[in-house]
Design a protein around this ligand. Structure first.
Ligand code: SF4
Length: 257
């Protein structure tokens, strides 16, 4: 039943896989000549490798940010909104000041839009974001008893909260095994798995199926960091621990023959 929903993705994977198959034969021959041990790996081990190698890499090379230690649902929700359409570096510069000034939802609801705007100016879209923060805080107080809702429907009804922020809050605040998807995660999965043409909902489901139970935070943070540090816009394939199974890298290698 689930397979039917992924038929589009699987077609893309098959077209990549045909190319990858011939590449694998070439690499296999080369490695035999070089005396290296090489194992042609199945789709299952490709997914396992993605999960296990990423987890190992993240445990030693993942980044540390103050919001990754946060337990307060309000602060997690606000941070995910701050992180939209800007860099982690810019958010680091406003993070402390923001929560000193607005430590809880009531303080945020009482603030003038211009006060919020002044603090988040360096993030861009400050007027729009400030208005969204104020309206979001008022809704949380009026509709949810000053609490952040733990279900997606209610989260999506908050001003300025879309799929990404809703899923991030479910994962990082409520420890739900939810995959989060943005353009960086799309880039990584498009290159490694060949999911470029997949619908977002299919990608989220395929990623969710890979999450080790109870480890969604680490899984999502690992992909975010991997997309920033290694599989970035200019990928560092020469130092990548996934290159032997990556469709993009295999195609690149084939093109250079
Ligand atoms: S080999 Fe290159 S393209 Fe493939 S996952 Fe690694 S960095 Fe990304």
């Amino acid at each position: 039943m689930a397979r039917a929903a992924f038929s589009g993705c699987e077609q893309i994977e098959r077209s990549y896989s045909a190319r990858a198959f011939f590449t694998n034969i070439f690499i296999f021959k080369c490695r035999l000549i070089c005396g290296e041990k090489h194992l042609l790996e199945s789709k299952d081990t490709k997914e396992n490798a993605f999960v296990n190698r990423l987890a190992k890499w993240f445990s030693s090379s993942g980044r540390d940010f103050p919001w990754r230690h946060e337990k307060d649902h309000y602060k997690i929700l606000v941070t995910e909104k701050l992180l939209q359409q800007t860099t982690y570096g810019h958010v680091m510069k406003v993070y402390k000041t923001f929560f000193q000034k607005f430590p809880d939802v009531k303080n945020l609801a009482k603030a003038e839009v211009s006060e919020i705007e002044n603090i988040i100016r360096r993030l861009g879209f400050q007027r729009q974001r400030a208005k969204q923060f104020k309206e979001m805080a008022l809704t949380l107080i009026e509709t949810h008893g000053s609490e952040v809702p733990s279900n997606k429907e209610d989260l999506l009804r908050l001003n300025g909260v879309g799929e990404y922020v809703a899923n991030a809050v479910l994962c990082f605040a409520f420890n739900k095994d939810v995959a989060i998807l943005d353009m960086n995660v799309r880039r990584v999965t498009g290159r490694y798995f060949g999911w470029k043409e997949c619908k977002d909902a299919d990608m989220v489901e395929k990623l969710r199926a890979m999450i080790p139970r109870g480890k969604a935070k680490e899984f999502n943070w690992a992909i975010i960091d991997f997309s920033a540090l290694i599989c970035s816009r200019k990928p560092k394939c020469n130092i990548c621990f996934l290159s032997d199974l990556c469709l993009y890298y295999q195609a690149l290698t084939l093109d250079q023959l």
